[in-house]
Design a protein around this ligand. Structure first.
Ligand SMILES: [Zn+2]
Ligand SMILES: [Zn+2]
Length: 292
């Protein structure tokens, strides 16, 4: 299923119309299109789903896409989250998805300076949200406050940003946590996100394809070479999962993309294990690639 934004029109029935962010889409309402498939049976199922949705709307007042504030209709942001949330939109680096301040900031080939200097191992990376105040409202409790259910709020944003990548993906694989961190957090947020996406996009998820062999220190402030060295040998493909990866187009899922070094290290081991291609989809990305 692909998500789409509605056209930007003054008459769009959202709470907030016409506001634009630098490097982002102006939006007022966020909705998913009907599922593909035009048979009468499909239409019946869709009709029943819509009726059920309408009945639930009567019972449960619609909530903001990000927080639990009530809004007038499903698919809207509350005032605070609308101001704080930035969707990533073109122009972005065609390889790593880094947002450009303007179309002129991209080189003639459409890639950023980092990708030109050292092309990543992954084919394409995209993220849904800038990692700003709005994204932190979702991602910090998702990571640190035992709130796995937030994956359901993030998934529609990823479906929209990663529609093309999900279309070609044959298998979703989450970035793994080291087992000590997994024990402390109780769940791997990237795996929970991958499962939520896999269900909605009807793609298989291999939650344990990768493992993190050792914990890694934060990468912030390190140079590209130092990040690569810090991650050398940190990830591996589980041998019993290698057969499932062979020849497949894999979509690696993470919560936050920073420098892309972690995604790159994971892509390397997936490709070495036989994956045909690796793309990356994250809920958010840090705008400054030197951030870590
Ligand atoms: Zn809100
Ligand atoms: Zn790039």
């Amino acid at each position: 299923m692909k998500a789409r934004l509605p056209p930007k029109t003054p008459g769009n029935p959202g709470i907030f119309n016409g506001r634009s962010f630098p490097g982002s889409i102006s939006f007022s309402r966020f909705e998913l299109p009907p599922t593909r498939g035009g048979s009468p049976a499909h239409a019946l199922v869709r009709g029943a789903g819509a009726a059920l949705g309408a009945a639930l709307d009567l019972l449960l007042p619609p909530e903001c896409l990000v927080c639990e504030a009530p809004v007038s209709a499903a698919g809207l942001f509350c005032a605070d989250c609308f101001r704080a949330t930035t969707l990533i939109a073109d122009p972005v680096c065609t390889r790593c998805g880094l947002p450009f301040a303007s179309a002129g900031a991209a080189g003639r080939d459409g890639i950023c300076a980092s990708c030109a200097a050292a092309p990543p191992r992954f084919a394409t990376a995209r993220a849904a949200l800038l990692y700003d105040a709005g994204a932190r409202r979702l991602i910090l409790p998702f990571k640190h406050a035992d709130r796995p259910e937030i994956a359901a709020r993030l998934a529609p944003f990823l479906l929209r940003a990663g529609a093309a990548l999900l279309d070609r993906a044959e298998l979703l694989v989450p970035v793994p946590l080291h087992r000590r961190r997994l024990f402390a957090r109780r769940y791997n947020q990237a795996a929970v996100l991958a499962l939520a996406l896999g269900r909605r996009a009807r793609r298989p998820v291999l939650v344990d394809a990768l493992c993190r062999l050792r914990p890694t220190a934060p990468l912030g402030g390190k140079t590209a070479a130092e990040r690569e060295a810090a991650l050398d040998g940190a990830f591996a493909v589980r041998p019993r999962r290698a057969a499932a990866l062979a020849g497949r187009c894999v979509l690696l899922i993470d919560d936050v993309l920073t420098s892309g070094a972690t995604a790159n290290a994971c892509a390397s081991v997936l490709l070495a294990a036989g994956a045909r291609q690796v793309d990356v989809l994250a809920a958010a990305r840090v705008p400054d690639p030197r951030g870590g």
